[in-house]
Each structure stands twice: as structure tokens, then as C-alpha cells.
Design a protein around this ligand. Structure first.
Ligand code: FAD
Length: 338
């Protein structure tokens, strides 16, 4: 039998404050920025929920980033993320406190956790949202995300169930400003968790080299595309990226060709980025690539086809062979350094 919920009992916007090894993930700060706008439009409070073992310091940080209330779940079984433990604790909190909206980052953890929680509390979930707005009339959240291979944008509402749940990709929303003078309420959750609730045990967390590429936080990204012609082409891209203090990105074509790891991929099925400077070398500008980088502050495109679509979004376009242009840029930067 379907569970009938009193929708009016659900109040406030919640942000899942994902933390890893005691550090709040940047996406949580972005969601607090976005959550603040949504909460103000509805006329409700912005809350954060943080799980871990000894998370007290994090609660203060979350208040500084805009949370009016922070729900803290402290328990030794929450030291490392496990789907079982996190799902139980968050679902219990939802059942008890009844938030109206929950935002989670579409990180590996968020993508694992959000659908489990949504199923457990019998509600819907819109994954990978790029725009969140509040309907001026009924105050429901309008969740917009790319659909059908990025060719249309779909706006999704959750009219009959609560909470309304969205995941948002890292790097899409603007970060909240930190203000250490802010005050907020810290509420300790009564965590009911036993060893038998958690069916997996995390023995060790091993970071792969790929994970060390942080495209989301980079101020400068130099990306290579199929125009490189070969995997070794990325050596040149890396030289330019290093000169600019940036990191190496890639189109999917190069990842599919096995030239570079997927962690470098920018775009709809890669990472969404918003650096100060994005340099696209030998990338045509397919819609799925643009979806991940067109919000960058300044876009420079280097392509030997002057009609390539990448030039439509570029602030500066250089029509030429990247193997001529990129070394010239590196030389020019060397001269600036000297
Ligand atoms: P191409 O389209 O082949 O372009 C190569 C460009 O290099 C050309 O414009 C050419 O003129 C230029 N060139 C060639 N030689 C040189 C040279 N020597 N100097 C300068 N320029 C040169 N793509 C992504 O990037 N990210 C995604 O996340 C992504 N997700 C996808 C999801 C779906 C569901 C689908 C269907 C596709 C997705 N794609 C994604 C693939 C996307 O559609 C394109 O196929 C891909 O972006 C093309 O990569 P590219 O621009 O490197 O290669």
C-alpha cells in the first residue's frame, strides 16, 4: 500500500555536507550557496546534515558557510563512508525531522547514497541537476538537468512526495561565502546504529592517481582533444598547463582512445568545470563537451578548422595547428617569466 504523507509537515532545505577524512567537500559549500537562495525564496531555513566520527569542528564551518541549523551525526561506525550506515542515519533523520528539500553532491558517494535514501523514504530523486529554481506560485523546487544525450534540458518536479531530492554535479553552483561571525544552531542526532546494520567493512581507502586530478578546483585547465592525434600529444598539453599552474583536461574522444584516464574528462559524462581560464586544443566543441565547460570565465580555443563549433563559445579563437600554436604559447610564457 502506498505511504500517504502529510506534505505540509515537511519544512526546510537540507544540504548533505559530505566530508572525507574530516574535510568538507567543495560541492557541499556550493550546495550551501545554492541552498541559501532556495531557502530564502521559500522563506524557510537552510540546514546542513553532516555524518562522521567527531564532526564537531565541521559543524562550525557549516554555520560559517550559511547553515542556520546543522544536524550532526557522530558515531564511530560513521568514521568511513558506508552506504548502509549513511542511508540508515539520513533516512532516520528524514523520518523524524521531515525536510522539504535535500540537496546532495553528485560525487561518487552522493551518487551511491542519494538513490538509496530516496528509495528508503519513498520519494523521487532528480540526479545531476544543473539548475535549481523555486516555482513562484507553489514553492516547489524545479529541477533542471540535461536529458537525451544533452540535447534537451528537462525540468522535473516532485509533486506528491517529500522530501524533494536532487543531486548536483560538483563545480556547477557558486560556492557560499564564509563568514565566521555567523551563528547557528547545532543539533546532535541520536544515532541508532549497530554493527549488524552495516554489511560492509572498509579496510583501507587507496587513492588512485586519477583521483588526484582535481578539475573542479582548478583555476586553469588546458584540455586536449582528438586533434592531438596520439597519446603523447598530452605531453605538450601538460607543458602548457604546468606553465600556467593549471591541470590537464580532455575530451571524451581521447579517453575512449585510451590516451588519458577518465578522471581528466570534461563534459556531460565527465566533470563539469568552471575555471578562470579554459584552453581547448584540438577539440571540436560537441554539445556534450560544451555542457561541461561553457561556464568557464575565459575560453581559448585552438583548432585548425576555423568553422569548428568550439569557436562559438570561445572568447579567443586561434585557427591553426595546435602543434605550431601551443609551443609558441609556451615560448611566449617563458619570455614573460624571464
Ligand atoms: P573531434 O570531434 O574528432 O574533434 C577533433 C578536433 O580537432 C576537430 O575539430 C579538428 O578540426 C581538430 N584538429 C585536428 N587536428 C588538429 C591539429 N593538429 N591542431 C588543431 N586542431 C586539430 N565528449 C566529451 O568531450 N565529454 C563528455 O563528457 C562527453 N559525453 C558524451 C555523452 C554522450 C551520451 C555522448 C553521445 C557523447 C559524449 N561525448 C562527450 C562525445 C562527444 O559527442 C564528442 O564525440 C567528443 O567530444 C569529440 O571529442 P573531440 O572534440 O576531441 O574530437
Amino acid at each position: 500500500m502506498p505511504i500517504v504523507k502529510d506534505l505540509t509537515a515537511y519544512k526546510n532545505v537540507w544540504v548533505f555536507a559530505e566530508q572525507r577524512q574530516g574535510k568538507i567537500m567543495p560541492v557541499a559549500i556550493e550546495l550551501l550557496g545554492e541552498g541559501r537562495k532556495l531557502a530564502d525564496e521559500i522563506g524557510t531555513e537552510l540546514c546542513a546534515i553532516v555524518l562522521g566520527n567527531k564532526v564537531e569542528d565541521l559543524t562550525k564551518e557549516l554555520v560559517a558557510y550559511g547553515a542556520d541549523k546543522v544536524y550532526a551525526a557522530d558515531h564511530e561506525l560513521l568514521e568511513k563512508f558506508t552506504t548502509d550506515a549513511y542511508t540508515k542515519v539520513i533516512s532516520d533523520a528524514i523520518g523524524e525531522i521531515k525536510p522539504e528539500i535535500i540537496l546532495m553532491g553528485a560525487t561518487h558517494i552522493g551518487r551511491d547514497l542519494a538513490p538509496r535514501v530516496a528509495a528508503r523514504v519513498d520519494t523521487g530523486l532528480t540526479a545531476d541537476c544543473t539548475i535549481l529554481e523555486i516555482d513562484a506560485e507553489d514553492k516547489k523546487i524545479l529541477q533542471t538537468r540535461p536529458a537525451f544525450g544533452g540535447n534537451v534540458m528537462a525540468t522535473i518536479v516532485c509533486p506528491d512526495h517529500r522530501p524533494q531530492m536532487s543531486t548536483v554535479r560538483p563545480g556547477v553552483m557558486d560556492k557560499a561565502q564564509r563568514d565566521d561571525a555567523r551563528t547557528g544552531e547545532i543539533i546532535k542526532l541520536d544515532v541508532k546504529l549497530e554493527k549488524k546494520d552495516v554489511r560492509t567493512e572498509v579496510l583501507e581507502i587507496v587513492k588512485t592517481v586519477g583521483e588526484l586530478v582535481s578539475l573542479t578546483d582548478a583555476n586553469v585547465i588546458v584540455s586536449g582533444g582528438r586533434g592531438l592525434g596520439k597519446a603523447e600529444g598530452f605531453d605538450l598539453i601538460k607543458q602548457l598547463a604546468d606553465k600556467l599552474g593549471g591541470v590537464v583536461g580532455s575530451s571524451r574522444a581521447c579517453v575512449d582512445a585510451g590516451w588519458i584516464d577518465h578522471s581528466h574528462q570534461v563534459g556531460q559524462t565527465g566533470t563539469t568545470v568552471k575555471p578562470n581560464l579554459y584552453i581547448a586544443c584540438g577539440i571540436s566543441g560537441a554539445i556534450q563537451h560544451l555542457a561541461g565547460m561553457q561556464e568557464s570565465d575565459i575560453i581559448v580555443a585552438i583548432n585548425k578548422n576555423a568553422n569548428a563549433p568550439i569557436f562559438d563559445v570561445a572568447d579567443y579563437g586561434i585557427a591553426g595547428d595546435l602543434y605550431d600554436v601551443v609551443p609558441m604559447l609556451i615560448d611566449a610564457l617563458d619570455n614573460v617569466d624571464n
